[in-house]
Design a protein around this ligand. Structure first.
Ligand code: PXP
Length: 246
């Protein structure tokens, strides 16, 4: 389902799993989160199965596949283990991302131009009928390399843009870089996505780049969800306590 302005919004639900795993409880359930996002109009769900399984776990991936009739975008490193899981799961999209154990989140783009392993891993995914998206820096070199490997989409890492102050020269320079890379990507027949560090504030200037067709957003949305409903949580706990005393 496309939104009115024709930008697909995929919600990354990793941090619902982060909260669940912090206590090893069964709540909050990322699958229930996915259901709510889709019911609210999100076009798809994104989840990152990391090598260390720090948030999304294998069982979540299987459950998401079973649950979702809209787009399931599975983010993963280009390793044999992950490619095997993806081919078994068959998400609509696999986004290949770089991964380092010690990083807090995906810190940079994938070096598609410099990576030989990627060729065989992306070929296997494409052969299984899965759309491959490359999470890259907004550079001509990485865009061209992604097209050469048969990717259908590139996702530009917006972390640097998000890090700069809104409206600053640095932010404008970064937007200009993303604009140029987006124009090139489209001219090569690639779909253009963007993600990382996006918020309700910084997304506005980004989507002025009309080549961007998809956004993958997680951390800020899950953070927003807390404050958008914490009041309701207090009210409901108060009423549960009162009911117990009645
Ligand atoms: N896109 C990709 C490829 C990512 O790795 C991530 C983070 O997992 C995101 C989008 C979402 O970033 P954020 O959680 O900062 O919104």
């Amino acid at each position: 389902m496309a939104t009115e302005i024709d930008v697909r919004l995929h919600v990354n639900i990793d941090h619902v799993a982060t909260l669940r795993n912090a206590r090893d409880t069964i709540y909050p359930d990322p699958i229930e989160a996915a259901r709510i996002c889709i019911a609210a109009g999100a076009d798809g769900i994104t989840a990152h199965l990391r090598e260390d399984r720090r948030h999304i776990r294998d069982a979540d991936v299987a459950a998401l596949r079973k649950e979702l009739t809209s787009t399931f975008n599975l983010e993963m490193a280009a390793t044999s283990e992950m490619v095997d899981i993806a081919i078994k799961t068959k998400p609509e999209v696999v986004t290949l991302v770089p991964e380092r154990r010690e990083e807090r989140t995906t810190e940079g783009g994938l070096d598609v131009a410099g990576g030989a392993v990627l060729r065989s891993q992306s070929k296997a995914l494409i052969g299984a009928g899965i759309k491959v998206s490359m999470f890259i820096e907004a550079s001509a070199e990485q865009v061209e390399a992604s097209a050469a490997l048969g990717a259908k989409q590139v996702e530009f890492h917006t972390g640097v843009y998000a890090h700069h102050a809104l409206g600053s020269d640095d932010a404008k320079r970064e937007l200009d870089r993303i604009q140029k890379a987006s124009t090139l990507a489209r001219s090569l027949g690639l779909e253009v996505a963007a993600g990382h560090g996006l918020t309700r504030e910084n997304v506005k200037a980004l989507v002025a780049i009309t080549e961007i067709e998809e956004l993958n957003i997680g951390h800020a949305m899950i953070a927003d969800a807390i404050f958008m409903s914490l009041r309701e949580s207090v009210l409901q706990m108060r009423s549960a306590i009162l009911a117990g005393r009645a």
